[in-house]
Design a protein around this ligand. Structure first.
Ligand SMILES: NC(=O)c1ccc[n+]([C@@H]2O[C@H](COP(=O)([O-])OP(=O)(O)OC[C@H]3O[C@@H](n4cnc5c(N)ncnc54)[C@H](O)[C@@H]3O)[C@@H](O)[C@H]2O)c1
Length: 444
């Protein structure tokens, strides 16, 4: 039987209420498949920027007894850094040397620890489907960052593993934080109530400045360089349409789909894109513009851009038969405000973890993996359209033999893409673009 939790303090209860969640005081602890205590024991896989943030958030869930037990990262310095970042909460860290793992197989050593209840997956997204599969098969609860896949193979795998998570009653939260933000939740609730009429079109944008580039270090192998500079390689990041724009795509799926449990998605994508900034040696595009066609003739236009000099814009808007929606505000077509969000909007990155712990302790259903796979694959569909210059349909693309991530890569593996004899990585061109999979990539 699960142990009951220690009483929550009044201060914790107030904090939890302020963060928009029910207190955990009355909840039973049903965390690991074989729970041995009321502490949620956490393992972190991928100890970079977001992994560190997610860890701090999970350790800060009000009223939840939680401890970091293990860390895994490709590189030793990231393990050292994250442990320094949580030095201020020593009572929540029990991570001796023997539970600190490095290398590309480090994830497996962490997941094999029977006492870990919850794993945070925050590596580059190409690894995500495989780490998710290993974690769920081992009976862990999961917090994983978006996107959750970079190719058709990975999308199908996440969809399958999502079903297994439900069967095993494992709780899964994905870092699509707009789903955990009151401003979005309440706007979409008003749309559901019919305030804007039927949604028939929309636009969304992630137009921003340049993304980071991690230069090659002396003595680094090609594999080490690519894993460290992962954003610039499709097999690791899926391009920024997948890595970043997935947030906006997920909002469109959410607005248009009536909370479809398996996720709602476009039927086709058609678009253009390219790389303007050739000062960076990268294989991803730095801009995409995609039209997504949804059922019932609904069309959504999207743009994402990563180069300086333009005006930046990150938001989503939709046109309904009665009114016009910007997240947080609904106006009729004469400009009259019908509704405006003015409630509390607690940090969604924290709310994600608050609600995950609550579901773990109460054993209530919570599994974001279906809609996250759907949003991630819609982004991949957009990328296929811009790389090929041709329309792609959901059904054909999802079924395709399209796999970018090699089977269990090691530091000794040859990466699936290599630079040419001038040291440049090739950027996809519609005229020559071919659908690849890991068995043919780089071999002809
Ligand atoms: N939800 C959000 O707002 C948000 C914000 C930033 C990043 N993210 C997502 O978080 C993920 C990580 O991004 P980041 O900004 O933290 O990148 P990062 O480069 O700072 O961190 C990634 C970490 O993963 C490690 N790693 C690489 N391959 C690994 C492997 N096979 N096993 C174990 N560790 C491995 C790297 O060494 C690095 O420490 C990405 O999927 C990104 O899209 C989400």
């Amino acid at each position: 039987m699960p142990a009951s939790l220690p009483p929550i303090s009044r201060r914790d209860a107030l904090q939890a209420a302020a963060a928009g969640v029910a207190t955990l005081a009355a909840a039973g602890g049903a965390h690991a498949e074989n729970p041995s205590s009321d502490t949620i024991k956490v393992g972190l896989i991928g100890a970079g920027g977001r992994g560190t943030g997610a860890l701090q958030q999970t350790l800060s869930v009000p009223g939840s007894n939680v401890k970091l037990m293990a860390v895994a990262d490709a590189f030793q310095d990231r393990v050292d850094n994250v442990l320094r970042a949580v030095e201020s909460m020593p009572e929540k860290v029990d991570c001796p040397e023997e539970r600190r793992f490095t290398g590309l197989d480090a994830y497996r050593k962490l997941i094999d620890l029977p006492d870990i209840d919850l794993v945070i997956l925050a590596t580059p997204p190409g690894f995500r489907p495989f780490h998710f599969e290993a974690a769920i098969k081992a009976g862990k609860h999961v917090f994983m960052e978006k996107p959750v896949c970079v190719d058709s193979y990975g999308a199908r795998l996440v969809m399958e593993v999502a079903k297994l998570a439900d069967e095993k009653k494992r709780k899964v939260v994905v870092g699509l934080q707009r789903r955990y933000e009151n401003r979005y939740r309440e706007t979409i609730q008003r749309i559901r109530e019919g305030l804007a009429g039927e949604i028939i079109g929309g636009q969304f944008y992630w137009n921003g400045s340049s993304i980071w580039y991690r230069d090659r270090k002396q003595d680094q192998t090609e594999m080490e360089f690519q894993v460290n500079n992962w954003y610039h390689f499709n097999w690791l990041s899926g391009d920024h349409i997948c890595e970043q724009h997935v947030h906006n795509i997920d909002v469109a799926n959410w607005v248009l789909g009536a909370d479809a449990p398996q996720g709602y998605h476009p039927e086709t994508a058609y678009g253009v894109g390219g790389r303007q900034d050739l000062s960076k040696n990268s294989e991803i595009y730095d801009h995409h513009a995609v039209n997504f066609s949804y059922p019932r003739g609904v069309r959504i236009a999207s743009q994402c851009r990563q180069f300086p000099g333009g005006s930046n814009r990150v938001d989503e808007e939709f046109q309904g038969t009665k009114a016009y929606v910007k997240i947080g505000e609904i106006r009729d077509y004469d400009g009259k405000v019908l509704w405006r969000f003015d409630g509390p909007n607690p940090n969604p990155y924290q709310v994600e973890h608050n609600e995950l712990h609550e579901a773990i302790r109460n054993d209530t259903p919570l599994n974001n993996a279906f809609y996250a796979a759907t949003a991630s694959f819609a982004a991949i569909l957009g990328r296929l359209a811009t790389y090929s210059g041709k329309p792609h349909s959901w059904n054909e693309a999802l079924a395709m033999d399209y796999r970018l991530m090699p089977e269990d890569p090691t530091w000794e593996s040859t990466p699936p893409v290599l630079p040419d004899d001038k040291g440049r990585y090739s950027v996809p061109m519609p005229a020559t673009y071919k659908i690849v999979n890991v068995t043919t990539i780089g071999k002809s």
